[in-house]
Design a protein around this ligand. Sequence first.
Ligand code: PMP
Length: 386
Amino acid sequence: MQRPIYMDHHATTPVEPRVLAAMLPYFTDVFGNAASKDHDFGYQASQAVERARAQVAALINARPDEIIFTSGATEANNLALFGVAERYADKGDHIITCVTEHKAVLDAAKRLEYLGKRVTYLRVDQYGCIDLDEVRAAITPKTILISIMAANNEIGTLAPLADIGRIAREHGVLFHTDATQAAGYIPIDVHQQQIDLLSLSAHKMYGPKGIGALYVRRSNPRVRLAPMIYGGGHERGLRSGTLNVPGIVGFGMAAEIARREMATLAPQYRAWTTRLFAGLQERIEGVALNGHPTERLPHNLNVYIPQIESRAFIAGLHDLAIATGSACTSASVEPSHVIMALGFGEERAHGSLRFGVGRTNTSDQIEVAISIVAERVAKLRALLAR
Ligand code: PMP
């Protein structure tokens, strides 16, 4: 069995072989600039980009011309928040988001506050769920955007997208969702769920790093955005810069594969995370689930293990790659803002582990992971008891 075992698929995923194969010609043979369509080199590159745009759009039931390629979900989130705040400044200055969002939304929201906008940060319950009545109550005549993530990157809790979409639409407010962790794992439909803006990242779905997209609704309503990056007017003027053609082609293929294989992979992932939790519960006293028991990502498991300090715990695990919280904030030793928001206190935030299963795993690896974690907990607890 391959060691170490990788169970951190929320941080990133490897590029799938079919994705890599699709990308390779675009580094060498078909190297044209997709904006230089007067010759065949550029024309072929632009054709490939448009195929990928359609593949990405299909994953969320959008139109190809509603997909704006970005460098990833961080940039997509920033474009959504800053783009709406600037473009709709004459309509209002208020944004609603949530305390458990990714930092790419929270820090953008904080920056908007610094620039004079107003932001409401909705609280969550012990499962990481927002209260729809609080969403309704937070809306004012000056509200221009609601930004709520589709699935939490630490605890996997899913948001009721269709309900939020309905509330937003009823009040004439735009609805953005950061679907970085959800897309390709659970079905998303921007029409049925009335989503106006949606962020995606290729490297969470077996595509390459450094490429993502923002879906921007073009009708009912037509969403307008101010760009953040100015230049040659690429991507309908919303995101200038020469397109990352190999990255886009890889993203397209990854989205296509995810769309076709989601229905078979998701139940497999769900079975693995269910088994993982049951196995840990059998062997470790006091293990508790972080996040919602059913409304959660199929491939996520986040658990609290009393008496462990997760950073030290993980540092001592040589055969298993898991996480304490989100990789994006791992530079700081602050307790996870997501687990803290659940209201159980600091000890829980410092004693939680995140597992993210994926294509690299096998059923045998799930059993080995249970043993690795259980044995290390037993060893640490024995030391504590001395
Ligand atoms: N949003 C969420 C929910 C994420 O999990 C991540 C990746 N950690 C991002 C945004 C940022 O994505 P990217 O790495 O593509 O910038």
